[in-house]
Design a protein around this ligand. Structure first.
Ligand code: HEM
Length: 509
C-alpha cells in the first residue's frame, strides 16, 4: 500500500519540493544581492578631487599627459579617487593592489567599455578583441587571435617572420653606418617601426606590402601611405576628443568637422583592408597558401561576417606596430644613456652567444635582457592608462563604494611609480628585476593589464623587443650625442618619445 501512495504522490511531492527549493534559493539569492548592494552602498564613497560646476575637473586635465596629472593627484587624494569629466564620473586607480582587485576580483562588474564617439567608429562598434565588451564575441575572437597569431604555438610558427625582421633591422643599421659620417645620428624609430609594420603584414597577410590598388578609392597606395591609413591615422583618431563625449545630453549638437575626420579615417581604413583581403583571397583561391593569419581565419573562422573578418585582420596590424617600438626605443635610449649597463649587457651576450648572433633560444640564459625589458615597461609604461572600463553594476574597490555608471581609469604609470612598491621609482634600474631566486612576474609592472583581459600580445612584444635590444647591443655601441636629450613623452595614445631617439652607433668589430 505504502508503495502505491509513494508512486501516486511522488511526482507531485517532488515537484513541490523542487519548487520550494527553487523559491528558497531565489529568495536567498535576492537577499544576498540586495545585502551585497546595501553593503557596498554603506561603504564610504570614493574621495573626490574638487572641480568646478558643469565641467568638473576637465580644465585641470588640459595638460596633455593625464597619467602624470593622475599620479600627482594620487599624492594628495590617495591611490583611488574620483573626478568628473563633464557629466561623467570617473574613478582613477593608481595602486597595484587596487588595480589587481579591479582586474580580477571585481572583473564581473567592470568588464565592459563605454567607447568615445571616435572609438565607436574606428572599432566598427566594438568589433575588436581589445575594445569589445567581455562577451561571447570577445571570447571567440580572442581565441582566434591567440590560436592564429599571438599564442605560444602561433608565435612558434611565425618565428620565421621575426627572424626576417631582425635581419632587416641589422642590415639597415649597418648600411647607415657605411653611408654616413662618424658623428651622424641614426633615427632608430623610422627603421624599427617600418620593420615592425613589415612583420605585422607578414604575420597577418603572409607577405609585406609594397603598394596596392584600392578599388573603393580608385587609387594606388604605396607602403608609406598604407602604413598611415592602417596605423598612424587611427592611432591619432583614437585620442581625438569630441567635447560631446563629456556632455552626452548635448549629443544632438552637430560637430561636423570631427565627424568628417573620423569618418574619413574609417572609410580609408576599410577600403585598404578590403583591397588587401581581396588580393589574398585570390591568392588562396589560386592554391597558394602562406603562413598567415588570413589563411588561418579563412579556413577556421568561416562564421565571421565580412566586417568581423576585416577587423580581426586589422587588429594585429595596428597592435603590432606601435607599443613594441615604443618599448624598444626607450630601452635603447636608456642603454645609450647608461653605458655601464650597456657594457654589462654586451658582456653577458658575448659570454652566452660567443660569436653567434643572439636568438630566442639564448633568452633563458640572458636574464639581464628580460630585466631591461621589464624595467623599461615599468619606467616608460607604453600604455600609461588602460583603455577605460565601464562599471556596469554597483561594486567595491579599495574599500569604497563605486556606483554603476562610473568609468574606471587604471593609471598604470601611477602604479609603476608607487613608492611603497618600487624604491626610487623614477630611476631606471634593471637590477630591480635581477633579485636572486626570483622569477620575473610578467604581470609585476601591470604594463600588460591583468586578469581575463590581459594583453594577448605580451609574448610577441617580449620576443621582438628582447631580441631587438640584444642584436642592436651585440652589433653596435650606442651613444647619445646630445647627452641631455630629454625624457619627454608625446601626447600620443602610447608614450612615444616626443623627439625620436637620435644616437651615434659604432659597430662592435
Ligand atoms: C609592449 C607592448 C605592449 C603593451 C605594453 C601592451 C599593453 C596592453 C594593455 C595595457 C592592454 C589592455 C588590457 C585591459 O584592457 O585591461 C592590452 C590589451 C591587448 N593587447 Fe597589448 N600590449 C602590447 C603589445 C601588444 C601586441 C604586440 C599585440 C598584438 C599584436 C597586443 C594585443 C593586445 C590585445 C588583442 C589586447 C586585448 C586583450 C583583451 O581585451 O582580452 N598587444 N595590451
Amino acid at each position: 500500500m505504502d508503495s502505491v501512495i509513494d508512486i501516486v504522490t511522488f511526482p507531485s511531492l517532488t515537484a513541490t519540493a523542487v519548487a520550494l527549493v527553487v523559491a528558497i534559493l531565489f529568495w536567498y539569492l535576492r537577499s544576498y544581492i540586495s545585502n551585497h548592494n546595501r553593503q557596498s552602498n554603506h561603504l564610504p564613497p570614493v574621495p573626490e578631487v574638487p572641480g568646478v560646476p558643469l565641467l568638473g575637473n576637465l580644465l585641470q586635465l588640459k595638460e596633455k599627459k593625464p597619467y602624470m596629472t593622475f599620479t600627482r593627484w594620487a599624492e594628495t587624494y590617495g591611490p583611488i579617487y574620483s573626478i568628473r569629466t563633464g557629466a561623467t564620473s570617473m574613478v582613477v586607480v593608481s595602486s597595484n593592489e587596487i588595480a589587481k582587485e579591479a582586474f580580477v576580483t571585481r572583473f564581473q562588474s567592470i568588464s565592459t567599455r563605454n567607447l568615445s564617439k571616435a572609438l565607436k567608429v574606428l572599432t566598427a562598434d566594438k568589433t575588436m578583441v581589445a575594445m569589445s565588451d567581455y562577451n561571447d564575441y570577445h571570447k571567440t575572437v580572442k581565441r582566434h587571435i591567440l590560436t592564429g597569431v599571438l599564442g605560444p604555438n602561433a608565435q612558434k610558427k611565425h618565428r620565421v617572420h621575426r627572424d626576417i625582421m631582425m635581419e632587416n633591422v641589422s642590415n639597415q643599421l649597418h648600411a647607415f653606418v657605411k653611408n654616413s659620417t662618424e658623428q651622424e645620428e641614426v633615427d632608430l624609430r623610422s627603421i624599427f617601426q617600418s620593420e615592425l609594420f613589415g612583420l605585422a603584414m607578414r604575420q597577418t597577410m603572409g607577405k609585406d606590402v609594397e603598394s596596392i590598388y584600392v578599388e573603393d578609392l580608385k587609387i594606388t597606395m604605396k607602403r608609406d601611405e598604407i602604413f598611415n591609413v592602417l596605423v598612424v591615422d587611427p592611432m591619432m583618431g583614437a585620442i581625438d576628443v569630441d567635447w560631446r563625449d563629456f556632455f552626452p545630453y548635448l549629443k544632438w549638437v552637430p560637430n561636423k568637422k570631427f565627424e568628417n575626420t573620423i569618418q574619413q579615417m574609417y572609410i580609408r581604413r576599410e577600403a585598404v583592408m578590403k583591397a588587401l583581403i581581396k588580393e589574398h583571397k585570390e591568392r588562396i583561391a589560386s592554391g597558394e597558401k602562406l603562413n598567415s593569419y588570413i589563411d588561418y581565419l579563412l579556413s577556421e573562422a568561416q562564421t565571421l561576417t565580412d566586417q568581423q573578418l576585416l577587423m580581426s585582420l586589422w587588429e594585429p596590424i595596428i597592435e603590432s606596430s606601435d607599443t613594441t617600438m615604443v618599448t624598444t626605443e626607450w630601452a635603447i635610449y636608456e642603454l645609450a644613456k647608461n653605458p655601464n649597463i650597456q657594457d654589462r649587457l654586451y658582456l653577458d651576450i658575448k659570454s652566452v652567444c660567443g660569436s653567434d648572433k643572439i636568438t630566442e633560444e639564448h633568452l633563458s640564459q640572458l636574464p639581464y635582457i628580460t630585466a631591461i625589458f621589464h624595467e623599461t615597461l615599468r619606467r616608460h609604461s607604453p600604455v600609461p592608462i588602460i583603455p577605460l572600463r565601464h562599471v556596469h553594476e554597483d561594486t567595491v574597490l579599495g574599500g569604497y563604494h563605486v556606483p554603476a555608471g562610473t568609468e574606471l581609469a587604471v593609471n598604470i604609470y601611477g602604479c609603476n611609480m608607487e613608492t611603497n612598491v618600487w624604491e626610487n621609482p623614477e630611476v631606471w634600474d634593471p637590477e630591480r628585476f635581477m633579485k636572486e631566486n626570483e622569477t620575473i612576474d610578467m604581470q609585476k609592472t601591470m604594463a600588460f593589464g591583468g586578469g581575463k583581459r590581459v594583453c594577448a600580445g605580451s609574448l610577441q612584444a617580449m620576443l621582438i623587443s628582447c631580441i631587438g635590444i640584444g642584436r642592436m647591443v651585440q652589433e653596435f655601441k650606442w651613444e647619445l650625442k646630445d647627452k641631455a636629450q630629454a625624457d619627454v613623452n608625446t601626447i600620443g595614445l602610447t608614450t612615444q618619445m616626443l623627439r625620436p631617439l637620435r644616437a651615434i652607433i659604432k659597430p662592435r668589430n
